[in-house]
Design a protein around this ligand. Sequence first.
Ligand code: PRP
Ligand code: URA
Length: 209
Amino acid sequence: MGKLVICDHPLIQHKLTFIRDVRTNTKDFRELVDEVASLMAYEITREVPLETVKVQTPVAEMDGKILAGRMLGLIPILRAGLGMLDGILKLIPAAKVGHVGLFRDPETLQPVEYYTKLPTDVTERELIVIDPMLATGGSAIAAIDVLKKRGCTQIKMMNLIAAPEGVKAVQEAHPDVDIYVAALDEKLDDHGYIVPGLGDAGDRLFGTK
Ligand code: PRP
Ligand code: URA
């Protein structure tokens, strides 16, 4: 079973409260999501392996540490996942980016795939699928399915807010995938919205409502 990590750093929790606030305007919402994504990137890369290299400082030679092993790839689920992308790239600028376009049919709540474009070396990378909301889990499961069909094996999931229903669904469908969230909320409402959540992440990020 994949682990669920709640990133409860005080800065993340503080900013998340303003993200949730219905009075927060589009500009502030976008900036806060960007900042929280950066802070979560710090948490999700905590276990990335290091290797030792020689470095010459102005004073002496020493053993320095640099990132080792497989390179990273970021997979935002369009469109709301884009809101977290730049914040993560600030910390991991060498990551390549693949896009998976999915929207949730408002009647059936089933994900509909409309676009996929992945780096050519995607199977060699450790991937982080990013999306602010993990509600029923349908979109996340579908995005991970797309990656696994292409042969990807190292996948983590990063969300701002998850519902217990979505976490359970992803853990059952993809037990090898660890999930990093800023908050685990109470439940889904009858329309599949997370309660208390933050509303529609895509609409709030892009001002479409
Ligand atoms: C939202 C959100 C997730 C999905 C979560 O996207 O960004 O992708 O819903 O719901 P689920 O866990 O029940 O699948 P939406 O379908 O609204 O599309 P958008 O990002 O284009 O706004
Ligand atoms: N998608 C959103 O944007 N918000 C929710 O609460 C659920 C799905």
